[in-house]
Design a protein around this ligand. Structure first.
Ligand code: GTP
Ligand code: MG
Length: 201
């Protein structure tokens, strides 16, 4: 597992505790799930190492091909957060995203934080899913929503940060099976909010 940002550049030990969460990415094949993870994991957050809050994501990047669908519950079981990804140039992937959301609402943890990501926002000239339509759907279903681009990095960090802010930080989170497909990533925010609640028991 990779984790970054735990040590401060000046050598001070980190005062704040790390809250760890399992986050799963779901969505049709080729919408850009792996690309979003790669973009995010590549070190976008170094500048935030003066941390007051630490959030570590254990990221599970799933396969979008339908033949692997039966494996999905194994991935989202125990997840505290999910990013459901669609491609703004492909209506079918948006429809598929909606069925993922329904499945999560039915079968995942009731407290799971779900974010909807309309990826490939750089391909605006080929847009088939309107921003307003997706935003309205997200509002109706209490989802976080952002259009993203793994290619240009647009909103990629913001999406993970927005999820981190919505996660409950009042008790330590533990996840099992961290080896293998998962990636641990530390997010460090400068925000003072929630500082006193973060994993402090
Ligand atoms: P599966 O692993 O099959 O479920 O697909 P995936 O959702 O992980 O998609 P992946 O990240 O492999 O991306 C599929 C293709 O879309 C690749 O060719 C990427 O380069 C491309 N792609 C991903 N994100 C973007 C984006 O934001 N903009 C553009 N223009 N292309 C993207
Ligand atoms: Mg992939």
């Amino acid at each position: 597992m990779t984790s970054r940002g735990a040590a401060r550049p000046n050598g001070q030990s980190q005062a704040s505790k790390i809250c760890q969460f399992k986050l799963v990415l779901l969505g049709e094949s080729a919408v850009g799930k792996s690309s979003l993870v790669l973009r995010f994991v590549k070190g976008q957050f170094h500048e935030y190492q003066e941390s007051t809050i630490g959030v570590k994501f254990e990221i599970w990047d799933t396969a979008g091909q339908e033949r692997y669908h039966s494996l999905a519950p194994m991935y989202y079981r125990g997840a505290q957060a999910a990013i459901v990804v669609y491609d703004i140039t492909n209506q079918e992937t948006f429809a598929r995203a909606k069925t993922w959301v329904k499945e999560l609402q039915r079968q995942a943890s009731p407290s799971i934080v779900i974010a909807l990501a309309g990826n490939k926002a750089d391909l605006a000239s080929k847009r088939m899913v309107e921003y307003e339509e997706a935003q309205a759907y997200a509002d109706d279903n209490s989802l976080l929503f952002m259009e993203t681009s793994a290619k240009t990095a647009m909103n990629v960090n913001d999406l993970f940060l927005a999820i981190a802010k919505k996660l409950p930080k009042s008790e330590p989170q533990s996840t099992s099976g961290a080896a293998g497909r998962s990636r641990g990533v530390d997010l460090h925010e400068q925000s003072q909010q929630n500082k006193s609640q973060c994993c402090s028991n």
